[in-house]
Ligand binder design. Structure first.
Ligand code: ADP
Ligand code: ZN
Length: 726
């Protein structure tokens, strides 16, 4: 008996299985999809069993599998298919695909630690009679008696609770013994909440969904329209039939609240996955699925790869979210994987959003997806009133950060004991530091980007590569002491706010204040419990959060995303501002939103103001049509990078020539241009964009290109077949 084993070997050229002999002790248990340790060269490495065969005739001597790595883990057939799909779609290797799909603890690599958390318990070893006899013979040893009585009563006691010399004596005498049991690190607590009675609109959406076949549905529901409640109901229905469900959520901030909601409604039937979990926690959650102890997975992007069997529904909440796209190899979009798995299982896929991507909306309007709408908020709650404030006018009154309207409204909310959320999509203190004598501007020496001043750590940081220098008082060029700090970051906003509202309780949420484990949920829970009056932060705070006392949302700089040179900047701005606005007035209190801008007549901002997605959609579709962007064309981006500028440049030109001679005539090839950040970490980046409608030669050519560069260690090529931005 032989097994074909796919191993990890860090090269694109090796992406195949090797054959090994199955040792006697594994013959009965070895299955396709298991992880094994095999000899390769002169070391032992991990691999996946991809096939088991009885015969193997080749000349060379076959080595034997060393051992099984993890008895409980088997990659099922569906996930093998997913890996195949991932490989084809993103041009990665099969082993890269498999690695991406697994939590760190199960990836193929040198297994360092045992991930199972074991708890030591004490149980009886002697029988009850013997123990009772011991108790009556040892009346002068109260400690020991206490322990024995506890064991007789509880049967099993955690060792930590009764540790000490008395316990040791009892263990030595053989009356008691230790047992180790695995314990999950995360648990839900008790189920608490009963179901809400759905509104007519919610019920209508649910009635439209056919669980028996594969369709994609778009639930287009305004913020606070009760989408999450619909998801819960759909999942309940699926579980009732004994099936399972995956719910994908955008980011960790959002997961905190959603997970809490799911724990309350489903108890320990839920496994959760997101990047803030420890390796051990992820491993535990994965085991719960392998052991079929949960029916529901709630998680971020990579949760789409969890091995739930008998899937009944997949839901992507906030489908427009950029974090569903992975930025490193394999560059997949969770929506595509979700579609693949929904088709494979012949089940519905639900895409939910208040601000769907144009691609999704276009498909819904064409009838490719079924369009379901929740146009109103639940109950008496109305969408917030949105005002646009012209900052050009405010600056004349010397209001640089807060317009007088926003200032007054914050004050008003503080008096009324209501809460405020402020969005500023830039962290740090000042974002541009220049010398007024010689004009020098601090830039990262490795990246083509200005450095940001962080006051709390008193240093300048590059937000791309992390390069950090201490703040100095003098210009490094001319040694003049006239450094100026411009540009506003969240850190400075917090300080300004504290100076303006001395009594207010203010909390900031951005990457800098949430690096510690658990800090996200702490900020969110404290804000929910009204320990703070104002929450300020970056886009982290824009999505999904549901706080009934928030009646004011202020966007300090609504233009930030508008000016990014990207075809999606309009869509991103609309989504970010609508989502942020959606945090206001979600329950009984009416909400208000202030958008501060230097572009008061901007079309997109005015669509946000009117809560008019459809008008935004028409306008933006028109732009995309004119410029041949998605959804009218598909995109593919190719990045060529090297530490050697000339080499990067000349190789990019070669790539372009190659594409021109290999792709269909009506495919558009743009570039080469320098990438949006030209230099990162001393590496120069060039870019070529391909726009196409249908090109049968594209994937084949891309694969060839990729192979050509696989052996080049001076120039790197990265191909993104579904870029979210360019
Ligand atoms: P969305 O996900 O669309 O933003 P949510 O599901 O979070 O909306 O609902 C918004 C608020 O309305 C939440 O506080 C939720 O508990 C409440 N809610 C949703 N559906 C109902 C319902 N049928 N009855 C009462 N309250 C509801
Ligand atoms: Zn840098």
């Amino acid at each position: 008996m032989y097994a074909e084993v796919l191993i990890e070997y860090n090269s694109k050229t090796i992406d195949k299985s090797f054959t090994y002999l199955v040792p006697e002790d594994l013959k009965k248990i070895l299955q396709v999809g298991m992880k094994v340790l095999v000899p390769f060269g002169n070391r032992l490495i991990n691999g996946f069993v991809t096939n088991i065969v009885n015969d193997f005739n080749d000349d060379y001597e076959v080595k034997e599998i060393n051992c099984l790595v993890n008895k409980e883990f088997v990659l099922n057939k569906e996930l093998f298919k997913v890996a195949e799909y991932l490989k084809e779609e993103t041009l990665c290797t099969k082993i890269q695909a498999l690695q991406t799909m697994l939590p760190s603890a199960l990836k193929v690599k040198e297994q360092k630690s045992n991930y199972e958390k074991l708890v030591t318990y004490i149980v009886a070893c002697a029988n009850e009679e013997e123990i009772n006899t011991y108790i009556s013979n040892n009346e002068k040893r109260p400690k020991q008696i206490e322990i024995l009585k506890k064991i007789l009563e509880d049967k099993k006691v955690i060792k930590k609770e009764i540790m000490g010399s008395s316990l040791n004596t009892l263990l030595e005498k053989g009356l008691l013994k230790e047992v180790k049991e695995q314990e999950y690190r995360l648990s839900s607590g008790e189920k608490q909440e009963n179901d809400l009675k759905l509104t007519k609109e919610q019920q209508r959406v649910i009635d439209e969904i056919d669980f028996t076949t594969n369709n994609t549905y778009l639930i287009h529901g305004v913020t606070g329209s009760g989408k999450t409640e619909v998801y819960i109901k759909l999942i309940k229905k699926v579980i009732k039939k004994g099936k399972t469900a995956i719910l994908l959520v955008p980011e960790i901030t959002l997961t905190a609240q959603i997970v809490e909601r799911f724990y309350k409604r489903f108890g320990n039937d839920v496994a959760i996955f997101h990047s803030a979990l420890s390796e051990g926690e992820k491993y535990d959650e994965y085991l719960k699925i392998l052991r079929k102890e949960v029916h529901i997975v709630v998680g971020t992007r990579s949760a789409i790869f969890t091995p739930l069997e008998n899937l009944g529904i997949i839901i992507l909440d906030e489908e427009h979210t950029e974090s569903y796209k992975q930025d490193t190899t394999p560059r997949y979009h969770a929506r595509d994987i979700a579609k693949f798995r929904a088709e494979y299982n012949n089940i519905p896929l639900i895409l939910g959003s208040a601000t769907p991507t144009l691609e999704t909306m276009a498909r819904a309007l064409k009838g490719v997806y079924k369009y379901l709408e929740l146009p109103n908020r639940v109950g008496t709650s109305r969408l917030p009133d949105i005002k646009i404030i012209d900052m050009a006018e405010e600056v004349k009154q010397r209001n640089f950060i807060f317009s007088s309207v926003l200032k007054d409204k914050i004050k008003d909310r503080l008096e009324k004991q209501e809460q405020t959320i402020l969005l500023l999509n830039r962290r740090g203190f000042s974002t541009i530091i220049t010398c007024s004598n010689c004009g020098y501007t601090y830039k990262c020496p490795y990246c083509d980007i200005t450095m940001t001043y962080h006051k709390s750590s008193n240093n300048l940081r590059c937000h791309y590569c992390g390069y950090t220098v201490l703040k100095s008082d003098k210009c490094p060029e001319c040694h003049d002491a006239t450094l100026n700090y411009y540009g506003l970051g969240t850190e400075k906003l917090e300080l300004e706010l504290k100076n303006m509202f001395k009594e207010a309780r203010i909390v900031r949420m951005d990457t800098d204040t949430t690096s510690k484990k658990g800090s996200h949920s702490k900020i969110i829970n404290d804000f929910k419990d009204h320990k703070y009056d104002i929450l300020l932060g970056t886009q982290m705070i824009s999505k999904g959060l549901d706080f009934p006392l928030v009646t004011l949302v202020g966007v300090i700089n609504a233009d930030a995303t508008l000016n990014i040179p990207d075809f999606r900047s309009g869509e991103k701005t609309f989504a970010l501002l609508s989502q942020t606005a959606g945090r206001a007035g979600r329950k009984d209190l009416q909400g208000e939103v202030i958008l501060q801008t230097f572009n008061k007549d901007n079309y997109i901002l005015n669509c946000v103001k009117e809560n008019d997605y459809k008008r935004f959609y028409q306008y933006e579709m028109n732009n995309r049509h004119k410029l041949n962007y998605p959804p009218y064309y598909y995109l593919c981006s190719i990045k060529v990078s090297s530490k050697d500028y000339d080499l990067a440049s000349s190789e990019t030109n070669k790539v372009k020539k190659y594409l021109e001679s290999h792709l269909s005539a009506n495919t558009i090839i743009l570039g080469p241009t320098t990438a949006s950040v030209f230099k990162i970490n001393n590496v120069y980046n060039f870019q070529i964009i391909i726009k196409y409608k249908k090109d049968d030669k594209l994937y084949k050519s891309l694969k060839e290109l990729d192979n050509i560069f696989a052996l080049n260690n001076k120039v790197n090529i990265s191909i993104d077949t579904s870029p979210m931005r360019i």
